[in-house]
Each structure stands twice: as structure tokens, then as C-alpha cells.
Design a protein around this ligand. Structure first.
Ligand SMILES: Cc1cc2nc3c(=O)[nH]c(=O)nc-3n(C[C@H](O)[C@H](O)[C@H](O)COP(=O)(O)OP(=O)(O)OC[C@H]3O[C@@H](n4cnc5c(N)ncnc54)[C@H](O)[C@@H]3O)c2cc1C
Length: 309
């Protein structure tokens, strides 16, 4: 089965880069294509303090080191690739670029990650990473003894609010409706937590501050009153969007658009594997993405070794 590369990896975040290290070190020809810059979501993280073995670093520095390692083993990495279409169904997989160049591979690892759903309100972009966070595990500690808000009313919002109470001095949960979508046990836990205030029926209008975040503006949906909650940080948990749209008609996805895999990270398509935040998984962290990259690469190598055509 002739192809340009043994393994094509889509996505140069921690999952894709790790898969690149393992696959290239096994002396397979490997290309990583990314539609944006190298590093994925880690480039949004100024401080990574929970990657074991590295006391503290920036997300960008960590991913540059991973990319350097992958390249040292012979892996090619092309950022800012303009993909027109992807064929994961044929025996030889392929992508076609905007300039009509077609690249073929014997196996593909989908490591296209995802993005936290944003509120789309005033000043949100400006304060992401400067007070606004989408990850309590990553950033909670930075708000020790400081007031914060949590936006959302599902399980993750309330679970993270309770977990953030170990750090923050005060937590205001701001929710759009007058009832929670979360399960009763976590609603009860949040209500019982003395550090947590619940601000219900509020539509978030935007964020205020100068150099750093100073508050969240919201409107009471019943009275129309505009409320400003003074906080140093705001954690937004209003959902997650996996970058799986280009594969929606070729791979089996969950109802939330996550790629479904088995425990060897095989997808519904023979020769196609998925790793990291794009797949259905409970925890989305750099450590879990690199673990997935390892498993997906080793499974892809097994697939190539078994293939006698
Ligand atoms: C603000 C923020 C802070 C965080 N802080 C931490 C932290 O401190 N510690 C921690 O452990 N985790 C943190 N996380 C989570 C962590 O960054 C992610 O879990 C991790 O980056 C997931 O890695 P990934 O490789 O699966 O996906 P991603 O990092 O999302 O990388 C996916 C890559 O695929 C590319 N891509 C998308 N579509 C395509 C396509 N069709 N073709 C080719 N490429 C494509 C994207 O451009 C991207 O580069 C944070 C997340 C955010 C948003």
C-alpha cells in the first residue's frame, strides 16, 4: 500500500506532538499538519504548573520543546496548513490542501483537540488568560484567597465551583436560568458551601477591568437590573466544542461531537486513531493528551506492523 507517509497526524497540540515523538522514534515517516500554530490550547496558557517533571513553564515553551523532540526524531511538522478535505474512509487515507496538493498516509491520528465554548460577550477575548479561565484544575490555585465568579449551571460548573472553594475567598456562581441543569447532589453541595453565592437568572453582558479582570456585568432577566460582581477571576463552564466537524460524516461521534474510541484509541474507521481532547473522555488536560498521544501512536504502529499489503 504505497503512500507519502506511514502516519499522518492532524493537530500539533500535546496529543499530536506526543504521537509524533513515538511514531517517528519508531522510524516511521510521520507528518503532523495543524491548521493553526504549533501547541494547540497550551499556547493560551501562560503558566503550566501541573505538568509533572517541569516545575513551572509556559504552555508555549512546553509545546515548543515537544515539537523539537518530535522533529529531532525526523517528524515533519507543518503549521498553518490550509486543509480543503480529508478522506479517512479509503484504505489509503488522504488530505487535500487548498492548493490542491494531496497528501496520502497509511494511518491517521486525529488529535484536533477542541475549544471551550465562550460566552461571546464584551471584553471576553481581552481577559482570556488574564483573569478569565476555562480550566479550574489548571488555574484555580492562582486565585487563592481572592474573589472569583463561575459562569454556568451544569454539572461541571457546580463541581468546579465546589472544587475552587478550596482556593478562592468567595465564589459567585452566575447562571442564566432560575434552576440548575446539574444533578441534585452537586446542586445541594454547592448550596451548602459557605463560600458560594448563587446569582440566578442572570445573563452575562461582559467583563470589566483595566490591566486585569475587575468584574462581571450581568443583567437580571426578570427585573432588567444590571449587576456588577467585583471579582479577580472568572471561570466559564458553558460547554466544550470538539474540533471534529471535518470528520463528522466519516467517524462515529458522540452526540456532543466527540470522536468515539476504544481503549486502544481506535476509531470506527480502520487505520484511524484519535487522541486527546477531541475524543470522548472525562478529563481534558495536557497529561491526559500526551498519554493519549502515546497510546494512539503505539496502536497505529501495531496497525502498520500487522498490515501485510
Ligand atoms: C486557557 C486554557 C488553559 C489551560 N491550562 C492548562 C494547564 O495549566 N494544565 C493542563 O494540563 N491543561 C491545561 N489546559 C488544557 C490543555 O491545554 C488541553 O487539555 C490540551 O492542550 C489538549 O491537547 P490536544 O492535543 O488534545 O488538543 P489541543 O491542544 O486543542 O490541540 C489541537 C490542535 O489541533 C489543531 N486542529 C484543529 N482542527 C484541525 C484540523 N482539522 N486539522 C489539523 N489540525 C487541526 C488545532 O489548531 C490545535 O493546534 C488549558 C486549556 C485552556 C483552554
Amino acid at each position: 500500500m504505497g503512500a507519502d507517509y506511514d502516519i499522518l497526524i492532524l493537530g500539533a497540540g500535546p496529543a499530536g506532538l506526543t504521537a509524533g515523538v513515538y511514531a517517528a522514534r519508531a522510524r516511521r515517516s510521520v507528518l503532523i499538519l495543524d491548521t493553526a500554530t504549533v501547541g494547540g490550547q497550551t499556547v493560551l496558557t501562560e503558566k503550566v504548573a501541573n505538568y509533572p517533571g517541569v516545575a513551572e513553564t509556559s504552555g508555549r515553551a512546553l509545546s515548543q520543546t515537544m515539537a523539537g523532540q518530535a522533529r529531532a526524531f525526523g517528524c515533519e511538522i507543518t503549521p498553518f496548513a490550509r486543509l480543503r478535505s480529508v478522506d479517512l474512509v479509503s484504505e489509503v487515507k488522504s488530505v487535500t490542501l487548498a492548493n490542491d496538493r494531496r497528501i496520502t498516509a497509511r494511518a491517521v491520528i486525529v488529535a484536533t483537540g477542541g475549544v471551550p465554548r465562550q460566552l461571546g460577550v464584551d471584553n471576553e477575548e481581552r481577559f482570556v488568560g488574564r483573569g478569565i479561565s476555562f480550566c479550574a484544575t489548571c488555574d484555580g490555585e492562582f486565585f487563592t484567597d481572592r474573589p472569583i465568579a463561575v459562569v454556568g449551571g451544569g454539572n461541571s460548573a457546580l463541581e468546579e465551583a465546589v472544587s475552587l472553594s478550596q482556593y478562592a475567598s468567595r465564589i459567585t456562581v452566575i447562571h442564566e436560568f432560575d434552576h440548575f441543569q446539574a444533578e441534585p447532589w452537586i446542586v445541594a453541595e454547592a448550596r451548602a458551601n459557605e463560600k458560594i453565592d448563587l446569582l440566578m437568572n442572570q445573563r452575562v453582558l461582559g467583563f470589566v477591568g483595566d490591566a486585569g479582570l475587575a468584574g462581571v456585568r450581568s443583567r437580571d432577566k426578570a427585573s432588567g437590573e444590571v449587576v456588577e460582581t467585583a471579582v479577580d477571576g472568572c471561570f466559564v463552564f458553558v460547554g466544550y466544542v470538539p474540533n471534529s466537524a471535518p470528520f463528522a460524516d466519516q467517524l462515529t461521534l458522540s452526540e456532543r461531537g466527540e470522536v468515539l474510541t476504544d481503549d486502544a484509541l481506535r476509531t470506527s474507521q480502520l487505520g484511524v486513531f484519535a487522541a486527546g481532547d477531541v475524543r470522548q473522555t472525562r478529563v481534558r488536560q495536557i497529561t491526559t493528551a500526551v498519554a493519549d498521544g502515546t497510546v494512539a501512536a503505539l496502536s497505529a504502529l501495531d496497525y502498520l506492523n500487522e498490515d501485510v499489503t
